[in-house]
Write a protein that binds this ligand. Sequence first.
Ligand code: PDD
Length: 283
Amino acid sequence: MSDTVYLNGEFMPLADARIPVLDRGFIFGDGIYEVIPVYSRHPFRLTEHLQRLQHSLDRIRIENPHDAAGWTRLIREIIERNDGDDQSVYLQVTRGVAKRDHAFPKGVKPTVFMMSNPLVTPAPALVESGVACITAQDFRWLNCDVKSIALLGNCLLRQLSVDAGAAETILLRDGQLTEASSSNVFVVKDGTVLTPPKNNLVLPGITYDVVIEIARAREFQLEVRAVTEAELRSADEIWLTSSTKEVLAVTTLDGKPVGDGNPGPLFRRMHALYQQFKLDHMR
Ligand code: PDD
């Protein structure tokens, strides 16, 4: 667990960090967050994470409390103050503390919180075996591009896979793949990699962008377009991507094998390229 956290201008032990109960993050889930993976003490794709943070803040109309240089300093400092070379930095910004009223309060300072936990990426055995997933209807709101701290929908959906003994819940809306409860999804069919485009129905994943960048650079056949439920169910391969899962193969879907039930050849290639990309892009 994180030892040193950051709250509103100060670094302190986790046990000392306190927020007022009227914080709008607590009362309304009125805030946004980021999760930034750190490899060998280098935050991965920091510029892109800070751009997505700005997007989320703009979408919910909170003024960014720090510029990119300010965030970079804070993130470097929390990495410095915590143990371990590979970390997962969590940061959240809420609209701040105010008497409970749905309308935005005036003149209130956002609450800024950051912590760092050890980065736990999939163990080699899991990369080799792949994971089980289930599907569910995506009943979340229509602003899934906002990295909102209000994750009740995602938590309820994730718990369905916990209850089924599976690793993730892959989501379908109106007969089309959106994403998973805390990951983006790629599908391979007849040698072509398919993934839904970025829009209001999915979180614009930083790992998703890296996988697309690698696929284009290495001339994978790639189509970024709507993916139907039928394509998902008849896929040769399915991959999950996220900052903590990196790229992970799905080997059963709703109890049925995906392809031959083993991580496929394009997954293996992409996984190796992703590991190399991490080493080449430590900044
Ligand atoms: N989750 N979609 C959803 C709904 C997510 O919550 C996440 C990440 C992703 C993948 O985004 P990225 O590649 O930037 O990690 C997609 C993080 C890790 C979390 O909530 O812990």
